[in-house]
Design a protein around this ligand. Structure first.
Ligand code: 13P
Length: 406
C-alpha cells in the first residue's frame, strides 16, 4: 500500500499569519479512517501564500480582506447555506407536482415563508436567492434582502443562466451566463448580495463525461469566479456530478476527482484567490439506480478521500449540494464526515442544500396560508438537523422527536 503525501498549505489572509497546519498523509487503497496527521513533516513556512505576487491587481487588493472574511463567515461555526435559488421553471415544476399555482405571487409567498422562519439565522449563514427573489418584498413591503440581513444571514445570488446542451456532445451540458456577467454582478452587489453561485452539471453514463464537457464547464466556473472576486462577491463554485444513473460509488468518486482537479486547475489559471471562495460539490454517491447502495460511513469515507486528493487546503470551506438525496440521508452523511474526520480536515465541511432543507416544508405548505407555520417548523427542523450534522451530533432520534411533535 503506497502512501501519498499531500501538501496542505493553509493560505493566509493578507498581513495575518495563520497557525501552522499539519500536512496530511492519505493512504491509498485503504479507508480514509487511516488518514494520519503526520507530525514529522516540517511546519508550514509563515510565508506560505496562496498565490504568486503577480496575481494581485489593485482591484483584487481592494476586495481581498472582504472576500476572505465573507467566505469564512459563510462556513463559520456549525451553520451552512440555504439554497433557495431555484429558477422560475424549476420552482414551477416543483410547485406543479404538488398542485401549487405557478405564479409570481405563489413563488413570492413561498420565499417569504422561508426567510421569515423563526430561528433560521441560528442555523443558516447565507441564503442563495434568484434574480426574481432578490427584487421581491414581504407582503408588508419589507425587501427580502433586508429581512435576510436582519436575521443575520448573508444574502447571495445565483448568477448562471442555466445548463444548455453542449454542441457536439450528446447528453452533456454547458452552463451559460458569462456574457454581461460583470454588469450583473455589480448590480447585485449594490443590492446587497455578498456572494454568488454558479452551477455546472456533469452527467455520468456510457462514454460520458467527456473531456470537452469537463474542461468547458471548469473554465466557465473559473471565469465566473474571477469576475465575482473582481466585484467583491465570494464565488460559490458548484461543479455537480449528477446522481442519476446506474454508476457505482467508485465511478462517481473517480469522475468527481477528475472534475475537481480540472476545476482547481482552471481556478488557478484564471487567478482566483482560493481563500475567498467556497466549493459546493456533490457527495461521492452510488447512482440512484445502482443496485449496490453503500452505507452512510462508506459514503463519508469515499467523499472525504476524494476531496483530500483534489481540493487545496487554501479554501476555507466545502458546502455540499444535496442533489436529490432525502433530507435524512443528506444529514446523516454530512454528520458521518464530521464525526469521522472533522478535526483532521483543512477546510470546514458544511452544507448548501436546497431540496434536503426545503422539501418537507414545501410538501406541508402546498400553497395554503394556514399551513405556513407548520411548514416553517419543518424547514427549521431540517436546518437544525444539518447544523447538528456539522457538529457531528445529528442522530435519528432528532427525526423521531420531530415526528412526535408534528
Ligand atoms: P440541491 O441541494 O437540491 O441539490 O440544490 C442545491 C443547489 O443549489 C442546486 O444548484
Amino acid at each position: 500500500m503506497s502512501t501519498q503525501i499531500q501538501d496542505r498549505r493553509q493560505a493566509e489572509p493578507e498581513g495575518e499569519i495563520a497557525p501552522a497546519r499539519p500536512r496530511v498523509a492519505v493512504t491509498e487503497g485503504g479507508s480514509p479512517t487511516d488518514i494520519q496527521v503526520n507530525d514529522h513533516l516540517p511546519a508550514i513556512h509563515p510565508m506560505a501564500h496562496e498565490g504568486s505576487p503577480n496575481l494581485e491587481s489593485n482591484q483584487r487588493l481592494k476586495h481581498t480582506q472582504r472576500l476572505i472574511e465573507t467566505a469564512r463567515r459563510l462556513v463559520a461555526g456549525d451553520k451552512g447555506l440555504l439554497a433557495m435559488d431555484e429558477s422560475n421553471p424549476t420552482c414551477d415544476k416543483r410547485f406543479a407536482k404538488l398542485g401549487i399555482r405557478q405564479t409570481v405571487e405563489a413563488r413570492r409567498a413561498y420565499r417569504e415563508l422561508i426567510i421569515t422562519t423563526p430561528g433560521l439565522g441560528e442555523c443558516i449563514s447565507g441564503a442563495i436567492l434568484y434574480d426574481e427573489t432578490i427584487r421581491q418584498n414581504k407582503k408588508d413591503g419589507t425587501p427580502f434582502i433586508k429581512v435576510i440581513t436582519d436575521a443575520g444571514i448573508i444574502p447571495g445570488i445565483k448568477v448562471d443562466a442555466g445548463a444548455k446542451d453542449l454542441a457536439a456532445h450528446s447528453g452533456e451540458k454547458i452552463t451559460e451566463g458569462l456574457d454581461g456577467l460583470r454588469d450583473r454582478l455589480e448590480e447585485y452587489s449594490h443590492m446587497g448580495a455578498r456572494f454568488a453561485k454558479w452551477r455546472a452539471v456533469i452527467a455520468l453514463g456510457d462514454g460520458i463525461p467527456s473531456r470537452g464537457c469537463i474542461e468547458a464547464n471548469a473554465q466557465a466556473l473559473a471565469r465566473y469566479a474571477a469576475l465575482c472576486q473582481e466585484a467583491g462577491l465570494v464565488p460559490v463554485v458548484e461543479p455537480e456530478v449528477l446522481m442519476d444513473g446506474e454508476h457505482s460509488l467508485k465511478r462517481c468518486g473517480e469522475v468527481t476527482e477528475e472534475v475537481l482537479r480540472m476545476v482547481f486547475n482552471q481556478l488557478y489559471v484564471q487567478r482566483v484567490m482560493l481563500g475567498g471562495m467556497i466549493l459546493k460539490p456533490n457527495m461521492v454517491l452510488p447512482g440512484l439506480s445502482c443496485p449496490k447502495q453503500e452505507t452512510v460511513d462508506e459514503v463519508a469515507d469515499a467523499t472525504v478521500r476524494c476531496l483530500l486528493r483534489a481540493v487545496p487546503a487554501a479554501i476555507p470551506g466545502i458546502a455540499f449540494l444535496s442533489g436529490g438525496q432525502s433530507g435524512e440521508l443528506a444529514s446523516a452523511r454530512l454528520n458521518a464526515m464530521n464525526v469521522r474526520f472533522k478535526s483532521r480536515l483543512p477546510w470546514a465541511v458544511a452544507f448548501s442544500f436546497a431540496r434536503a432543507i426545503q422539501q418537507p416544508a414545501l410538501e406541508i405548505w402546498r400553497g395554503e396560508e394556514s399551513h405556513v407555520s407548520s411548514a416553517q417548523q419543518a424547514l427549521y427542523h431540517r436546518a437544525k438537523c444539518n447544523t447538528a450534522a456539522r457538529g457531528g451530533t445529528y442522530d435519528a432520534a432528532m427525526e423521531a422527536d420531530q415526528q412526535t411533535r408534528a
